[in-house]
Design a protein around this ligand. Sequence first.
Ligand SMILES: [Zn+2]
Length: 383
Amino acid sequence: MNSHSDAKLFPQNYEDSRKRFLELTSKIPGGQTEHWQIPSKKDDALFTDSVYWPALEKPDFLLVVTSGIHGSETYAGSAILQMFLKEIMPQVDRSKTGVWLVHAMNPYGFKYHRRTTENGVNLNRNFSVSGELYKTRNLDSERMHELFFKRAPVASTRTTMMDLMQVKNGVAYFGDVSMDQFTKATAPGQFVNPQDLEYGGKQLEPQSAKLVEKLRSLMPLYKDIVALDLHTGLGDVNRLHLLTSGSGKDLHPELFGKLFDTNEDKAFYEHTPASAEGFYEVHGALNSAFADLAGPQNRVCAITMEFGTLGHSLDAQLKGLNNFVNEHIGFYNGYSSPEMKAQVEKECFERSYPQNDEWRTAVVAASRGLFKAIGRRASIFKS
Ligand SMILES: [Zn+2]
């Protein structure tokens, strides 16, 4: 497979992506397809599609790949799923192994280029199986909003927050708050106000509820479960990072040790714990549902795959944060002009989906290497 054809795996848009996924999955026998229609005020053609191929004899190992929880990140997720369906899936010995692939968790966000759902919910903060999370408050996040979040029409590509920015000894500060403190306060999520950053909702969104329901039926059938949730935007340019929550519940150390050799696989990815500078732990991540639903027989590795886009330099992080905050404010408070809106939204889109083939090729190559390596170690391929 040459790099030219890898770049072509990236779809034109949501409809094109959906068509590709459904066509490729229909060619692999035995799949159980589900189309979850996502209710919407403006669009009656939004679906999260998934296909489950059950283990045919003795279920032991379940691989789950979920894509598109953050709208524009689905372009990469779609390409990875297509590569998987063409190259990896035909190698899988399905006697003991089940596979469940989910296309476009957030079809509204994919189609309309929003990180959140139509209800303004970041789905990767929305997974609270018990519902307890929705009652919590994130006071650190509230404080950051009071200090730095200006609710007014966006008139510049530079947020007012950046006017307070100073770099001291290589660390960026807004007043006396470091960028890392700001990120670690706001990024975990909050459950109070959709107009604030990283709102996780008040209940499971329809697709979250569907996913939880499906996991409830599948997880008891298997022992080992590897779940990979596909994202873009965080980390080094053109590099795949495996993010783990650090909670321990969603990462069984024995299973992780068996399947992931971070040294041998370093050509494909690096393992980045949530505590690393510029990264963060989140509440209500999709991955946490696996931990919450695991039975005593399950060994779970639920991992976030993040492909870096802008990069992880101080400059790149500041640029990313500035645009993230600005776009969020603009969406709820408007823009000074249509040109300003277009400029901010373009930058936001490219933060999730860089428009160059070198990046596209790197995304597919790293995923291919990862799937081959873990599949081989899990002994799920035909011999
Ligand atoms: Zn994401």
